[in-house]
Structures are given as structure tokens and as C-alpha cells.
Design a protein around this ligand. Structure first.
Ligand SMILES: NC(=O)c1ccc[n+]([C@@H]2O[C@H](COP(=O)([O-])OP(=O)(O)OC[C@H]3O[C@@H](n4cnc5c(N)ncnc54)[C@H](OP(=O)(O)O)[C@@H]3O)[C@@H](O)[C@H]2O)c1
Length: 333
């Protein structure tokens, strides 16, 4: 095994130009960690926030970016016992490190994958489907037949939510920032799409639901989109915030919730990994069953070689991407 590896390092917070393709020492697994040789890394909006040092829960630069990937266990730290060398895993790494050939993570942050799931699938599946699952179920308590509104619905997490919502037989209204994204919604069987770049999300949801409003709203944009979403909650509705892609932090007055006796909650997947691993394990088993049955799947719009990470960031920031972008780190599977 080589002692060095290729990786994307951010020395100092900045724009996409601050992503440097460099040779760095290969990580060594600490006690309780596994070393994983990565085949692919998922590009997430969270990586943009890490690069610019604006993610509240993640390590600021200098760091190797990337919080998810798929690969093979190639080393075990002292006391690590969940895996053997050669095991195929998906990796979630909130401290970064997956824009690289190898990453070392605590063994709880590696999840087993079946033969039917490729490493690229793992890199495009893990973060988005776990987030979608826990927003929809653990916090959202979604029930069959309810009206569900999803914002940024054509994105990575959004398309995972659409698939899980379809499996759960919810009535879905999908919001996107431009009408160019409607074909992705159509492909996923969405009946009601709203372009909140030109239309008022709240007003359209009220029209579609014949003035009832949405039982559950999964929101990740913030700013005016959040405000419009809050205005169309049904009585006893739930609004789950799981991101602020616009950078405009939403303000909620308790009175807004009193009017409809609504619940407002926020999801942070890394908190579940750190404190409720039991929930992660149950959800992972359920998600793999749905994947193997073909009920849900990955939606990769672009694959780029690792050195082109800056291009991937520019694409995500342009707000024009749909589904997932992958960085290919090793091999081709
Ligand atoms: N809480 C958690 O644990 C957790 C876990 C995973 C992801 N997330 C969050 O979930 C959201 C989706 O993540 P993702 O990786 O799947 O990204 P994504 O949805 O593929 O991309 C972000 C989307 O946000 C929308 N957006 C609105 N304003 C934007 C702006 N000013 N710049 C860029 N995009 C903007 C765009 O969709 P439209 O143009 O259609 O609006 C864009 O496509 C992000 O906010 C991310 O931070 C949270």
C-alpha cells in the first residue's frame, strides 16, 4: 500500500479555486477506525459550506473535503471489530476526507453494502437517502395519504425524498427553483411541481390542496422559500428544516406555529450518527431492502475525475444540477 495518496485539500476557506489536487500522506486508522480505499466520493452541498467555512457543525479548513463515499476496507485500527479487510462499505465522514483515495473513519461511520450496490451507488446513496429517511420518518412522522411539500426537490436529497415519498404513498408537491428541473420531477412520477423561482410556493400549495395546506414540509432553501412554506402548513402540520442552501437563515415566530398548532423541527444527520446509531442501523437496513427491491435507486447526473472537484463545486453552486454528482477516486465500478 502506498504511503501517500492523491486528495483535494482546502488550505484556506474560499471559492472553488481553493480546491487543490495534491499528494498527501495516506491516513492511518486510529483506535476503533477503519481505513477505506475509496472508489467514488459523493459531492454534497455540505462540501460547499465546509469549503467556505460556513457549515455550523463541520470542521473548518485546512481539511480534505468530502463527507461520503464507497469503497473497500483495507486496514483496521486497534480494537476495530465490525469489519474485515476486503469488506465493501459506504462511508459517512462528517469530519471530511472522502475527496481522496483513502479515508479513515470510526467503524460506526462505515455501513455495509450488498454486492448489488456498486461503490458509485454507495457514494451517491448514503448521505442523501439517510437524510431523506430521517427527515421524512424520524422527525416528519409521514403517513400514507398526507400532503407533502419538498423544496429543492430535483437535487440530491430532494430526489431521494421523492422516491421514499412515492414508496410511502404520500401526495407530493415538489418545489424547484426553475422550470428546467420539471423533467426530473416528471421522471420520478411527481404530479404537482411548483417553480418557486416565479410562483409563490405557499399560494400554489393552498390551491393544489384546496386550501387545506401541507401536512409535512421538508425545507432546505431558507429565505423567502422558507417563509412561503411556513405560510401553507395545514392544521397540526410539521415543518422540518434540514438545510439553508440560500444562505438566508429563516426566522420563525412562535405565533406562526400557534395559528395552525404546528411543529417546527430541524434535522442534522451527524447528530444521529453520533448519538442514535441504533436509528442509523435500522434505517440503513430498511433503505438497503428498498434498494435491492428496486423501489429506490441512485440518480447520478455527472461523474467527474477527482482532480475536477472545483468544476463539480461550480456546477452545484450554479444551482443548475439535478440528482447527484460524483467524483471518481479509484477504479471504475
Ligand atoms: N441536515 C442534514 O443532516 C443534511 C444532510 C444532507 C444535506 N443537507 C442539506 O440539504 C440540502 C440539499 O443538499 P444536496 O447536497 O442534496 O444539494 P442539492 O439539493 O443537490 O443542491 C442544492 C439546491 O439548493 C437550491 N438552492 C437554493 N438557493 C441556492 C443557492 N443560493 N445556491 C445554491 N443552491 C441553492 C437549489 O435548488 P433549486 O434551484 O431547485 O432551489 C440547489 O440545486 C442542502 O441545504 C444541504 O446542506 C442537510
Amino acid at each position: 500500500m502506498r504511503e501517500t495518496m492523491k486528495a483535494i485539500l482546502v488550505e484556506k476557506a474560499g471559492g472553488p479555486e481553493s480546491l487543490n489536487f495534491v499528494e498527501v500522506p495516506r491516513p492511518k486508522p486510529d483506535a476503533g477506525e477503519v481505513l477505506v480505499r475509496l472508489h467514488a466520493s459523493g459531492v454534497n452541498f455540505a462540501d460547499i459550506l465546509c469549503r467556505t467555512a460556513s457549515h455550523p457543525g463541520m470542521t473548518p479548513p485546512p481539511l480534505i473535503l468530502g463527507c461520503e463515499g464507497g469503497g473497500v476496507v483495507e486496514g483496521l485500527g486497534t480494537g476495530a471489530h465490525r469489519y474485515r479487510e476486503g469488506d465493501r462499505v459506504a462511508v459517512y465522514s462528517p469530519r471530511g476526507g472522502t475527496y481522496a483515495e483513502w479515508v479513515a473513519v470510526p467503524e460506526d461511520y462505515a455501513l455495509p453494502i450488498p454486492e448489488s450496490m456498486s461503490y458509485q451507488d454507495a457514494a451517491a446513496f448514503t448521505h442523501v437517502f439517510l437524510t431523506a429517511y430521517h427527515a421524512l420518518q424520524t422527525l416528519g412522522h409521514a403517513k400514507e395519504g398526507e400532503w407533502l411539500v419538498i423544496t429543492a426537490a430535483a437535487g440530491g436529497v430532494g430526489t431521494a425524498m421523492l422516491q421514499l415519498a412515492r414508496a410511502k404513498r404520500l401526495r407530493v408537491i415538489a418545489g424547484v427553483g426553475s422550470a428546467d428541473k420539471f423533467p426530473v420531477l416528471n421522471k420520478l412520477g411527481v404530479e404537482y411541481g411548483i417553480d418557486y423561482g416565479t410562483a409563490d410556493l405557499g399560494r400554489r400549495v393552498r390551491e393544489i390542496t384546496e386550501n387545506r395546506g401541507a401536512d409535512l414540509i421538508l425545507e432546505s432553501v431558507g429565505g423567502s422559500t422558507f417563509k412561503q412554506a411556513l405560510s401553507c402548513l395545514a392544521p397540526l402540520g410539521r415543518l422540518i428544516l434540514f438545510g439553508i442552501s440560500s444562505g438566508e437563515s429563516p426566522a420563525v415566530r412562535p405565533y406562526d406555529l400557534l395559528k395552525t398548532s404546528s411543529t417546527y423541527a430541524a434535522l442534522n444527520l451527524s447528530v444521529l450518527f453520533a448519538h442514535r446509531h441504533d436509528l442509523i442501523e435500522t434505517s440503513w437496513r430498511e433503505l438497503l431492502e428498498l434498494f435491492e427491491a428496486g423501489t429506490i435507486g441512485t440518480l447520478v447526473s455527472q461523474r467527474l475525475p477527482l482532480p475536477k472537484a472545483a468544476e463539480a463545486h461550480r456546477l452545484v453552486e450554479s444551482r443548475g444540477t439535478t440528482g447527484k454528482l460524483l467524483l471518481i477516486t479509484n477504479g471504475s465500478e
